[in-house]
Write a protein that binds this ligand. Structure first.
Ligand SMILES: [Zn+2]
Length: 189
């Protein structure tokens, strides 16, 4: 998924108001931050396969360390624990851990059945939202509007700068899912 991950991070502010938005974003995208690193290190693999889905030409045929369900739960536990050790805040730590795992759930909805359940296990799942460009845009935008709406309902920008910063961020993320960017994207999300 693209901005769906950001939507969940925005919405999570409602349950973890003390946790910074930046931390929530990083948690929701954590396994996508590991993925390019693991590919560069040769631990995971991806290949170009035009038409793999209509949204991306990338074939994610080997990424169990970053994107299997079991590994994602492990990463969530690790990131949540680090957060707890640093911030001593249980609720925030649980939300951070849940956000890491939420990435797998949203990717499971988007990807064709290429999402591994555990390293070494040849079972792959995925609902394949990415097989439809229109459905992808509709679902992503709906999630994003909902997430930003929840965030806006519980926060008040301190000043004009805060308002501009928020809407710049929203525009920046929103532009990622406009139909044109989905047509040409080669990014993994
Ligand atoms: Zn991902």
């Amino acid at each position: 998924m693209f901005i769906g991950h950001m939507a969940v991070a925005f919405a999570a502010k409602k349950v973890a108001p003390k946790t910074s938005l930046g931390t929530l974003f990083v948690s929701a995208q954590f396994i996508d931050m590991l993925w390019p690193l693991f590919v560069l290190l040769g631990l995971e693999h991806v290949r170009i396969d035009p038409g793999n889905t209509v949204v991306t030409p990338l074939d994610f045929y080997d990424y169990p360390l970053s994107h299997s369900l079991l590994a994602t739960i492990g990463w969530g536990a690790l990131v949540g624990s680090i957060y707890y050790l640093k911030m001593k805040e249980q609720k925030g730590a649980l939300v951070v851990a849940a956000l890491v795992v939420s990435h797998w759930v949203l990717d499971f909805i988007s990807h064709r059945p290429d999402m591994p359940l555990a390293p070494g296990l040849s079972i792959y799942v995925g609902l394949g939202l990415w097989n439809s460009r229109i459905a992808t845009v509709v679902v992503e935008m709906a999630l994003f509007v909902l997430g930003v709406g929840i965030y806006r309902s519980i926060t008040t920008p301190r000043n004009k700068k805060g308002t501009v910063a928020l809407w710049s961020l929203v525009f920046f993320f929103g532009a990622r899912v406009c139909p044109q960017s989905i047509w040409s994207t080669t990014a993994h999300c």
